[in-house]
Ligand binder design. Structure first.
Ligand SMILES: [Zn+2]
Length: 180
């Protein structure tokens, strides 16, 4: 599988970048950084992903700079979202972590176990969030739940809440200006 197939490319050229925190329009491009070393099934290609950074020019905004991750790319995680979902499906279907590690992902078994823990944790958290937002019964499947929550509050807000929950020290809920 090619990394380009794993990441749905947003081909729409966005002329105007809107700050996700204060909705200030026309943010300026502020360099980029490169993510590399993703876990890709079969290792057919180890691609690099450029992540653009932007500067919000509103002096009252809580963010200085922000980056926009391509769909499916998560911070601090070498698995793409689709990869985590397929891993979960395989484990639920009874494929052993050892087989997944050795035959499909070509990583250590511990990497698979950590990813399984992560997706279990995300499932629990996002299911709780879905119920809090909708007061409805949980949906079947973490993919559907994430989609429903994204439609309700937007991708940026979902990410903001998740990273603040998961990494409270790196993403403190302060009003002072900081970088995400
Ligand atoms: Zn802003």
């Amino acid at each position: 599988m090619k990394i380009a197939d794993c990441i749905t490319k947003n081909k729409k050229k966005t002329k105007e970048i809107i700050c996700p925190a204060c909705h200030f329009r026309n943010c300026r491009r502020h360099g980029k950084y490169t993510r590399k070393g993703f876990h890709i099934p079969n290792h057919a290609e180890m691609g690099l992903v450029d992540i653009p950074r932007f500067l919000c020019r509103n002096p009252d905004c809580p963010l200085c700079t922000f980056s926009i991750l391509p769909p499916g790319v998560m911070r601090y995680c070498r698995f793409l979202w689709t990869g985590l979902l397929s891993l979960k499906t395989a484990l639920e279907a009874g494929v052993s972590p050892k087989r997944l590690a050795e035959n499909i992902w070509h990583v250590g078994q511990r990497v698979i176990l950590r990813a399984a823990q992560l997706i279990a944790y995300i499932t629990l958290w996002v299911t709780g969030l879905y119920q809090e937002l909708t007061a409805k019964r949980p949906l079947q499947g973490v993919g559907a739940t994430v989609k429903a929550v994204t439609e309700k509050i937007g991708r940026f807000e979902l990410h903001r809440r998740w990273y603040r929950h998961r990494y409270p020290r790196r993403f403190p809920d302060k009003t002072e200006r900081h970088t995400i």
